[in-house]
Design a protein around this ligand. Sequence first.
Ligand code: XIL
Length: 355
Amino acid sequence: MRYLIVSLLLVAPHVAFAANEVPALKEVFGAKFLVGAAIEPAQLRNPTDAALLKRHFSSLTAENVMKPHRLAPREGEYNFAPADELVRFARANGMRLRGHTLLWHRNAPAWFFVGDREQVRKRLERYITDVVTHFKGEVYAWDVVNEVASDNAGELYRQTPWFLALGPDYIEYAFRAARAADPDTQLFINEYDTEEADKRERFMTIVRDLRKKGVPLDGVGHQVHTRIGASAAGVDRALREVAELGLTNHVTELDVSLYHDPGSCWENETGCQRDYGSAVPPALLSQQALLYRQLFAVFEKHPTLKSVSTWGISDAHTWLSRFPTKRTNVPLLFDQAGAPKAAFHAVVDPAFAIP
Ligand code: XIL
């Protein structure tokens, strides 16, 4: 009997899998790219999450604990312990670690911005040197800057505290300090909505400018926080434009939201789409599975794409249940119990019929 099952699996690997028999994401895609997940350290102590990580994922990203306000709430005082837990887990399980993120406008601690331009620049360089040095040999790719492009037509750079203090050069200072601290780690610029034409145009102008100045940039991170009903074509285009510059691509924060909100929902929680609560229409999960399948088909076409990370492990823990508003959202490949969803089957098995 066991023999029969084994041979059936060998002949027809796509017939209905029991949960523990599903193929591992990192094996299905391993020849092409790493498969990663963003996590909080506490998730390493959750048996379901830890099992999913070990079985399916080959890369980790800190969802929050490597951001500046967490690593250095006060000048010169570092809190590396939570991030070091991720370092140890990644090492023990043969996983890679992406560093996220050296500079970000959100939660940028106020202590950075005290004093004149020269003082601010020195603090930026000191911080990056200390942090990159601490994780040297452990973090193979850093998001050096995150979300630096503006969302507004006619404006290139987001008006961040960094931009206001130092002008656009802050980006260059950050990359050069990171390279000096660890010549072997790969340096990325990470951005959202690169799949949208307008945003991509502004963003790619910044990327090309950095290249022209000889800034040590190795790759582009595309967050790909997308939603059902969106198309995979924009992602394809974004990956192609980056590849044409000779840079590496990473997909850094993939999730597929059930909701399509106007900008106002993100700005001040008005006009957000209504919460599905406990009654998520099954048709939405089918649409989600279809988009995930289309996205992974695009990913597989791009040899410059070396890593694809989802922003979370399973629907039990996702930032989208709090952002842009508190609401049920199930944007990942595994459900709240950690079981593979239709979206999972759709990406690993081309023959899977999406219900
Ligand atoms: C989010 C985290 O998931 C939340 O827990 C936190 O409160 C805010 O940040 N783009 C990014 C990520 O680059 O760092 C963000 O992570 C999600 C959007």
